[in-house]
Write a protein that binds this ligand. Structure first.
Ligand code: RAM
Length: 379
């Protein structure tokens, strides 16, 4: 039964969307959705001082505009290449299916290529290769905003449309940036969770990915700003270390933090690779006294949430990020949009999006995962 199959297939997506719509509607309560009673402690800073303010003019999915399959577009038959930070990281490898889903609806071709470890120089080589191949669009998550810029500008000069997603490049080296969520919200939410977990007191450290990664650095900046607000006076950020989105390095950095800071109370890892590696290290060391949060994949962190190593963490839907990026790239290729603020395009089941300031398109708000809801998600 075609309809029944369709229903089954889309059920998890529908649940995810419903939760996201709920989070959008109850913006003040966004960070508390699904928090269990055991973790119910107050936020360190008053809600309004911690609320994101920077999303005016940003796009959000418009409810009720998610009709059936998209009609054939002028972009049909075109080639869109995804170039993530690396192709091994599950955040990218497993989420590419969102691009394939959109490609099937649009009649375009998608491929995903890239380095095995996050490496800006190798990304430059890939950009040059894709430019030579004459693809119609490149969607890139940057290991470094500036190192990639000359090669991307050359691609643009050859008529290739460039979309950054997940981790931006220099703004003049792309047409659009598909941001998973407002960078400010992503940064602040992690500090707010950590504050709750450690009772607004104690030493914390950040375990990041590459020191040059645009997204990591933007989030860390907002984390520092959040920590400077009244309410966080007794939390001390003692270190920021870099595991380069490599499991072993991230594990090593975690163990080093434990040695260097005997009084450490918490670690924020805004990287799916880092938080999983840190969780493994804390579990093995039996360090139940250290609170761990950050950004991670429900499928990679489920075991740690179930055994209490992680109480709460945040993310968005990375499959949807690929889906939206594919629609955005196709809209650029067909000439429907050029990347100017105010332009709109439709992204299949996600609805209509508007290009915001700086050519930024926003997928939606981040979401908080915990023991109560983690089984509702499969990415
Ligand atoms: C890692 C990467 C990616 C980031 C996620 C949260 O997979 O650093 O860029 O968005 O974590």
């Amino acid at each position: 039964m075609e309809e029944e199959d369709g229903m089954k297939r889309s059920a998890p997506l529908l649940i995810g969307r419903l939760l996201l719509v709920l989070a959008l509607t109850l913006s003040a309560a966004t960070w508390t959705v699904g928090r269990s009673a055991a973790q119910e402690t107050a936020d360190c800073a008053p809600a309004d001082s911690a609320s994101p303010t920077g999303d005016a003019g940003m796009a959000s999915p418009s409810a009720g505009d998610t009709g059936g399959p998209a009609p054939a577009t002028p972009a049909a038959g075109s080639d869109i290449a995804f170039l993530p930070k690396d192709v091994v990281n599950n955040y990218f490898a497993n989420s590419f299916k969102g691009a394939q889903e959109a490609a099937a609806e649009l009649g375009v071709n998608v491929q995903q290529v890239g380095p095995d470890t996050p490496n800006a120089a190798e990304q430059v080589t890939w950009i040059q290769t894709l430019t030579q191949q004459g693809v119609d669009a490149i969607a890139v998550s940057a290991n470094d905003p500036n190192a990639l810029a000359p090669a991307l500008k050359e691609a643009m000069a050859q008529g290739i449309k460039v979309v950054s997603f997940d981790s931006d490049v220099a703004p003049d080296a792309r047409h659009l940036f598909i941001n998973q969520a407002n960078s400010e919200e992503i940064g602040r939410i992690q500090v707010r969770i950590m504050g709750r977990l450690i009772g607004c007191e104690g030493q914390i450290a950040i375990l990041s990915a590459a020191s040059t990664a645009t997204n990591q650095n933007a989030w860390i900046e907002f984390m520092r700003d959040e920590l400077s607000k009244p309410g966080y006076e007794r939390i001390e950020l003692v270190d920021v270390v870099y595991g380069d989105d490599e499991p072993q390095k991230s594990r090593d950095r975690t163990l080093e933090l434990l040695t260097a800071y005997p009084d450490l109370k918490g670690i924020i890892a805004p990287t799916s690779v880092g938080i999983a590696a840190a969780a493994g290290a804390l579990e093995e060391e039996g360090r139940t006294d250290i609170a761990l949060t950050g950004l991670g994949l429900p499928n990679e962190l489920r075991q740690y949430v179930k055994n209490g190593t992680i109480k709460e963490f945040a993310l968005w839907n990375p499959v949807d990020l690929y889906y939206l990026s594919t629609y955005a790239a196709a809209a650029l290729v067909s000439g429907q949009i050029t990347g100017e603020p105010g332009e709109t395009f439709t992204a299949g089941r996600l609805g209509t999006y508007t290009v915001g300031e700086g050519g930024e398109v926003l997928l939606g708000p981040p979401f908080v995962f915990n023991a109560d809801n983690i089984d509702d998600f499969d990415f």
